[in-house]
Design a protein around this ligand. Structure first.
Ligand code: ADE
Length: 249
């Protein structure tokens, strides 16, 4: 059964590509797909592209053209939940599209045609992913990211939000988070692709799970924290977590 590993950024994918056995690069829809085997499992590696539409196209190609039977997303996100700090890791239970609004015709944030505001990830695959993260943090945590305040990286599980906007301002982050919280949706982290992949995977009944390492707090420092984190830490997280997950599958 082919597992697709979607990465948001080349820095997060490079370690996976260099470990790929019998690697074959296939171009499709203007994208590179790397087919091969990783830690004994048949895989296809791809970059999601940035934003919801790019990620939805990539996910559709993975399913239709590369017969992916489960999709795992690894990437980074801005932490917005209480206590979700840079270097922590979030495994999504479900997703909301924070920029979807067809109110008053439909409930705010609902993608019409779907049963609820929250797009669910696969519970079993997400549990295995959380187990992989837990193992990595327990064995490698302090070596993976040295937080300036001595805080050890933690695993959080819950709701993530996606939208076509990089959040670099505390005021925008609050404006996004607070109405969702008031409606009972406690968002832990924001990024730009996961909800789109979740939606495609629901359409095809393909199990989906997502892990995001927190690169910034989606605040006024995000534009500085994000590139520094990508350069130094993101790929090491992705390598460790994916290896452990593939051993568990
Ligand atoms: N991915 C990582 N940080 C982010 C942010 N602040 N906003 C949106 N996507 C992100």
């Amino acid at each position: 059964m082919t597992t697709a590993i979607l990465s948001a950024l080349p820095e997060e994918q490079s370690g996976l590509v260099s470990s790929l056995e019998n690697a074959q690069r296939v171009m499709h829809a203007g994208r590179s797909f790397w087919v091969g085997s990783l830690h004994g499992q048949p895989v296809v590696l791809a970059l999601s592209g940035i934003g919801k539409v790019a990620a939805a196209t990539t996910a559709t190609v993975l399913i239709e053209r590369f017969a992916a039977r489960r999709i795992v997303f690894t990437g980074v996100a801005g932490g917005v939940g209480e206590g979700v700090q840079v270097g922590d890791v979030v495994v999504a239970h479900d997703y909301v599209q924070h920029d979807m609004d067809v109110s008053p015709l439909f409930e705010r944030w609902l993608v019409p045609g779907y049963p609820g505001v929250r797009l669910a990830c696969d519970a079993a695959l997400s549990a295995q992913l959380a187990q992989a993260v837990h193992h990595c943090l327990a064995t490698e945590g302090p070596g993976l990211h040295a937080h300036p305040a001595g805080h050890l990286p933690r695993l959080h599980q819950g709701l993530m939000a996606s939208g076509d906007r990089f959040i670099t301002c505390a005021q925008v982050s609050r404006a996004l988070r607070e109405p969702l919280l008031a409606a009972g949706h406690d968002v832990l982290a924001v990024e730009m692709e996961g909800a789109a992949v979740a939606q495609v995977c629901l359409d095809y009944a393909v199990p989906f799970a997502a892990v995001r390492t927190i690169s910034d707090r989606a605040d006024d420092d995000a534009h500085v924290d994000f590139p520094a984190f990508i350069q130094s830490v993101a790929s090491r997280y992705a390598d460790h977590i994916v290896r452990r997950l593939l051993e568990l599958l």
